[in-house]
Design a protein around this ligand. Structure first.
Ligand code: HEM
Length: 487
């Protein structure tokens, strides 16, 4: 009854011949989307408890794939009930590379206010302004703000690598001193200071040191501001059921961090004048729009992203002496000792790049992506076709899509050289951490991370610098427990 022509190629994602996933035959009937939203109130609550408490997000999605024998299905995702009035938890999950890639096709989906799902944190957190990440490409303001963000990155590209390296030196000096003193040093604080310091210099064009309070506590202010916005949607492994009752039942109000946010705002207003002026004169943004967008990019996109990404990079390297030996060898054979690191000098480090990509594949820092159907369309998974209705909310869980067995061999295993050689380079078409393929280009017409290449290059610099400085580093949890210095 519902048979229809099949859209066999995923939008925006080339399908290299060697990796062609099986497409549904062109005469495939459209399949009804399996799964259900359950009874009103009860269905969303049951799914929320599974998601946060009984199963955890990854098992939540994997169990439903098994149950429905489909990587596309209906379900509820948090937050829901009792104090999220007007938030609709109903989504259509898209969990293989093919169906996930429809999230990037701006002809069929829109991204207005869906950064973290149907729930949107109060705009009070951003001065009553809907910042870039919440704007759809059809809104004229999106192109202005995205171009502004990409311009900041382009202009800071000449100092980015040297600022990363200088801040890394400070970070490792602090960690070295801690390890020398007590054989183990928590790296969280020095790492966050490093991230905050180089980002503020590159994105705001200001040295945090000009304000002792911002230099000392700016990163903590951002931590709190980001955390409160995301709290209803993330698991913090606090004691259940207290987490469900106190942390996931209502949105936290902005006034709890208002004072800190004002201090960050004043800092940018006073010390980021050059970048503010460009926002106003070249991108036609008001001063308030420029500052709130800059703070969001700095604090939420960049600081928030790296704060999650670097610990997973360290743990991907830890306890793997053979991998560290190979990385050390590549770094030292391709880069002469004492060479100042630049984007150019690290670009041929194939294994380092591959390890960075593999870490992003298995530990995508932004776990979920959402998009709303702009119109009715047909969405394909590897083996089926589904009717999507205008207004449906699609929800992609990165970690499951990035272990799609039809694309990645031995998908659950960390394979350090997976992204090397020709086949590895083709696989970059399916690396989606940035809300688009790693081979794609962020632009004002799409919603791919503006800093797609800066993020990976910064991580490449991080690993390269580490093996210039050390023979080996051992991390355990959030601590560095041993470092062997290079001779
Ligand atoms: C590890 C670090 C980072 C990660 C993991 C990350 C990830 C992402 C993701 C997944 C999105 C898309 C969100 C969505 O629409 O669902 C995004 C958007 C964005 N990111 Fe990043 N990002 C990082 C760092 C940065 C940095 C350093 C910048 C600095 C300019 C940046 C600027 C942006 C902007 C402006 C957007 C919105 C794009 C748009 O609205 O078209 N990000 N990022």
């Amino acid at each position: 009854m519902l048979s229809s022509t099949v859209m066999s190629v995923s939008p925006g994602v080339p399908t290299p011949s060697s990796l062609t996933p099986p497409s549904p035959p062109s005469s495939s009937p459209v399949r009804a989307i399996p799964g259900s939203y359950g009874w009103p109130v009860l269905g969303p609550i049951a799914d929320r408890l599974d998601y946060f408490w009984f199963q955890g997000p990854e098992t939540f999605f994997r169990k439903r794939i098994d149950k429905y024998k489909s990587t596309v299905f209906r379900t509820n995702v948090p937050p829901s009930f009792p104090f999220f009035v007007g938030v609709n938890p109903n989504v259509i999950a898209v969990l293989d590379c093919k169906s996930f890639s429809f999230l990037f096709d701006m002809d069929v989906v829109e991204k207005k206010n869906v950064l973290v799902g149907d729930f949107m944190p109060s705009v009070k957190y951003t001065g009553d302004i809907r910042v870039c990440a919440y704007l759809d490409t059809a809104e004229t303001q999106h192109a202005r703000v995205k171009s502004f963000a990409m311009d900041i990155l382009k202009r800071s590209s000449s100092i980015w690598a040297s600022e990363v390296v200088a801040s890394l030196d400070t970070m490792w000096d602090t960690i070295d001193a801690g390890v020398a003193k007590s054989n183990s040093a928590s790296y969280i604080k020095p790492l966050q200071r490093f991230i905050f310091h180089f980002l503020t210099k590159c994105l705001v064009g200001a040295d945090p040191a000009v304000s002792p309070e911002i230099a000392e506590s700016g990163y903590v202010m951002l931590d709190k501001w980001v955390f409160l916005q995301l709290l209803p949607t993330i698991s913090v492994n606090f004691l259940q059921p207290l987490e469900e009752i106190f942390l996931h039942s209502f949105a936290y109000p902005f006034f709890l961090v208002k004072g800190d946010y004002r201090k960050l705002y004043d800092f940018v207003e006073q010390h980021g004048q050059a970048v503010l002026q460009r926002g106003e004169t070249e991108f036609n943004l008001s001063k308030e729009e420029t500052i709130h967008n800059l703070l969001f990019v700095l604090g939420f996109n960049a600081f928030g992203g790296f704060t999650i990404f670097f610990p997973s990079l360290l743990s991907a390297l830890s306890g793997k002496p053979e991998l560290q030996a190979k990385l050390r060898e590549e770094v030292r054979s391709k880069i002469k000792p004492g060479t100042n690191l630049t984007f150019e000098s690290v670009k041929d480090l194939e294994l380092v790049h591959s390890v960075v990509y593999e870490t992003l594949r298995l530990n995508p820092p932004v776990p979920l992506q959402y998009a709303r159907a702009r119109k009715d369309f047909q969405l394909s998974s590897h083996d089926s076709v589904f009717e999507i209705k205008k207004g449906d909310l699609l929800c992609g869980f990165q970690k499951v899509a990035m272990t799609d067995p039809k694309i990645f061999d031995d998908p659950e295993t960390f394979v350090p050289d997976r992204f090397t050689k020709e086949k590895g380079r083709e696989l970059l078409n399916y690396l989606f951490w940035s809300n688009g393929p790693q081979t794609g280009s962020p632009s004002d017409r799409n919603k791919q991370c503006a800093a797609k290449d800066y993020v990976t290059m910064t991580a490449v610099l991080f690993v390269t610098h580490m093996f210039q400085r050390y023979d080996s580093v051992t991390a355990s949890g959030s601590s560095i427990t041993a470092v062997e210095k290079a001779n």
